[in-house]
Design a protein around this ligand. Structure first.
Ligand SMILES: [Mn+2]
Length: 245
């Protein structure tokens, strides 16, 4: 299979359009379609912080519904899902921008949007195993020994990464560098931790290049293992990017 997997969008719809065009997709009826039938993949975190979260949901929903894309949820998707279910979630960490877009819609459109996102989320696997298990798409990545398992530990890992329960001095959760020790045969394509450049290591690829923090929006072409990026239209916030040793 040939697929172009896109990193965390976080409402950066303008950049999503630009990136898909750069990848050779043509926009037809609000969807990017590849003339030679390539598919799209999404690592999750479609919404929050950026300007056009709802438009991003619309597009990914249409693609998945039409069998043109694979989507896995990110931690922001999980929180938005719980918001739509009416759970008592904190409207913080970027969710406030998505909620502001949502409440500005007429009630009938709110209901439609909610239904689409709930459908998208509930039809998504925790992580996607594709190309005869040679490719895994997981929001925050996945440990080799978790591939094929679907328990609560695996869910926490794919949504939040290899967290320890400890926090960094700035209050953010400490995340272990699982990719450094990954030794599997399957490619693991993921996002979640913004990096200045795509980080390809041991058949893992972090393609969250922090578009919503003024970096770039990146796609990984599979099986070619080539990255394609477009610049962000948003201001650059250097402290949001993780440096690895
Ligand atoms: Mn993210």
């Amino acid at each position: 299979m040939k697929i172009d997997i896109i990193g965390d969008i976080h409402g950066c719809y303008t950049e999503l359009v630009a990136l898909t065009k750069k990848l050779g997709y043509e926009w037809i009826n609000g969807m990017p379609i590849h003339p030679r039938g390539r598919k799209l993949g999404f690592v999750g975190d479609l919404t929050d912080r950026g300007p056009q979260s709802l438009q991003t949901i619309e597009t990914v929903f249409s693609l998945v519904k039409n069998g043109l894309a694979h989507y896995v949820p990110g931690n922001h998707c999980n929180k938005l899902y719980r918001f739509f279910l009416g759970r008592n979630v904190q409207i913080t960490h970027g969710l406030e921008t998505t909620v502001a877009e949502y409440v500005a819609l007429p009630l009938s459109e709110q209901n439609l949007m909610k239904k689409k996102f709930i459908w998208l989320y509930e039809h998504a696997p925790l992580y996607a195993r594709l190309d005869n298990n040679r490719l895994v798409i997981a929001h925050a990545g996945i440990r080799q020994d978790y591939i094929g398992k679907y328990n609560q530990k695996v869910k926490t890992f794919v949504l939040y990464g290899d967290i320890t329960g400890e926090t960094n001095p700035d209050g953010t959760p400490l995340r272990r560098d699982w990719a450094k020790y990954y030794n599997g045969d399957a490619w693991v394509v993921y996002g979640h931790t913004p990096v200045r450049k795509p980080r390809i290591l041991n058949r893992t690829a972090n393609i969250d290049t922090g578009c919503v923090f003024g970096g770039t929006l990146t796609a990984l072409r599979y099986p070619e293992i080539e990255t394609v990026s477009v610049p962000s239209t948003l201001p650059y916030i250097p402290e949001k990017f993780k440096e690895f040793n």
